[in-house]
Design a binder for this molecule. Structure first.
Ligand code: MN
Length: 130
C-alpha cells in the first residue's frame, strides 16, 4: 500500500504543489487547511508521515505538533515542519515542539519528495516503528 502523507497547510498553492509532487511519486496525500482539522484527520487516519506548515491561522504549527505528540498512535509518526520562517531558532523550536525534521519554503519541486523520503529513512533508522 502506498504511504499516506497528511499535509497540514493553509496556502492553497502550496497544498496543490506538494500534493501534485507527492502523488506523482506514488504517495497518497490527505490535506488539511488548519491545525484542528489536521489533528482530527491525523487521529482518524494514522498517516505514515505528517508535513506540517508552521505558519497556520489561529493554531500555529508548533502547537499542532505538540497536540499531535499527545495522541498515543502519533507519538512516533514522522512530523516534518515546512516553513518559510527564516529566523534563527525556528528550526530548534520546531524540533522542540515535536517535529522530527524541517524543510524550508519555497518548496523545491526537484528535491521536495527526496527530502521527505530522506527524513522518513532517517526516522526509521533511529529505531522508531513509524
Ligand atoms: Mn501557512
Amino acid at each position: 500500500m502506498n504511504p499516506t502523507v497528511l499535509l497540514i497547510e493553509d496556502n492553497p498553492q502550496n497544498r496543490y504543489l506538494a500534493t501534485y509532487l507527492l502523488e506523482r511519486r506514488g504517495y497518497r496525500v490527505v490535506t488539511a487547511e488548519n491545525g484542528p482539522l489536521g489533528i482530527e484527520l491525523a487521529a482518524s487516519l494514522a498517516p505514515d508521515m505528517i508535513l506540517l506548515d508552521i505558519q497556520l491561522p489561529a493554531m500555529d504549527g508548533y502547537s499542532v505538533a505538540q497536540a499531535l505528540r499527545r495522541l498515543a498512535p502519533l507519538r512516533t509518526t514522522p512530523i516534518v515542519a515546512v516553513t518559510s520562517y527564516a529566523m534563527a531558532g525556528d528550526r530548534e523550536k520546531a524540533l522542540a515542539s515535536g517535529c522530527d525534521g524541517y524543510i524550508e519554503k519555497p518548496i523545491d519541486p526537484i528535491s521536495f519528495v527526496d527530502q521527505i523520503a530522506a527524513h522518513a529513512r532517517a526516522h526509521a533508522a533511529n529505531g522508531d516503528p513509524a
